[in-house]
Design a protein around this ligand. Sequence first.
Ligand code: UFG
Length: 329
Amino acid sequence: MNVLVAGGAGYIGSHAVRQLIEAGHRVVAVDNLYRGHGQAVDRRAVFHEIDLAETHALADVLAKEKIDCVMHFAALTYVGESVTDPLAYYDNNTAGTISLLKAMKTAGVKRMVFSSTAAIYGEPDSTPIVETARLEPVNPYGWSKWCVERVLRDYAASDREFAFVAMRYFNVAGAAADGALGEDHDPETHLIPILMQTALGQRDKITVFGTDYPTPDGTCIRDYIHVEDLCAAHIVAMNALRPGDTRCYNLGIGKGYSVKEVIESARRVTGRDIPVEYGPRRAGDPAVLFADADKIQRELGWSARHTELDAIIATAWKWFERHPGGYET
Ligand code: UFG
């Protein structure tokens, strides 16, 4: 298939580009390089520096490259930033996707695999979270993605040939097995990369945000899914899409780890001392989030290969050891 990957220079998009190529697809990557890295884009892909707002440029590329399916990863993804700058999130994530859909309509492209998020569930009533759970985000980031799912549903209702699948990610982690691709965010706010940077001595310590949650050890529980497993699920979902499909799937391993367990795992994997301080809760963090990932297994036969945290963190560590300064090293 000819696949356009929007956000192909980002953390997840760059892994998807490579996996798609290795699965035999022809890949065109687009990215505005605002937070992505040109070096992360596989050289076998065609690359265009285009912003989602550039509807006409996108439509041209979609038509000229005879694109069959769009995988859409391009988004702003910091929860905290979305609270202080909500317009940027609705603009990039929601309006940006509408621009991309308009370009797809012009070019007659009828399939989209969309990066959604567990943040659209907000504070769940119960865990594990099933796809039919109440959708009530607790921050603008989650709402910006919720809006896109709504738009996709309405658009699909207006064009019976259009098909989409919304992939609702839990905590994406790890790096390519060969250490060539990995996570390089600036600023970095995610737990595992911060632990890796602390193990490397680039940070003095990690602050645990809250020890008084109603969980066995008092710290938050999350479901960490390996980035390569996540990308593999996208390819399986893309291949399964039929005209008129409006699907959504949780992407997690279906198992939760507490912040303290993640820290212990990082210490085991790196063999380094990782100093910890205990601080107050971070605003907006739900206590427990983990997926019921049965639906995608039942319907598409996909399940995560990496189901142990140590194995996931080992791939992140390989990347950080080889690239202590990110893609610049
Ligand atoms: N944490 C710390 N210290 C840190 C960083 C994180 O204790 O320095 C804790 C957080 O409080 C949280 C856990 O580690 O309990 C995981 O935090 P991350 O920032 O790594 O990830 P989040 O669970 O906050 O965010 C993820 C995705 C978001 C998505 C969100 C949905 O990265 O894109 O889940 O809730 F929006």
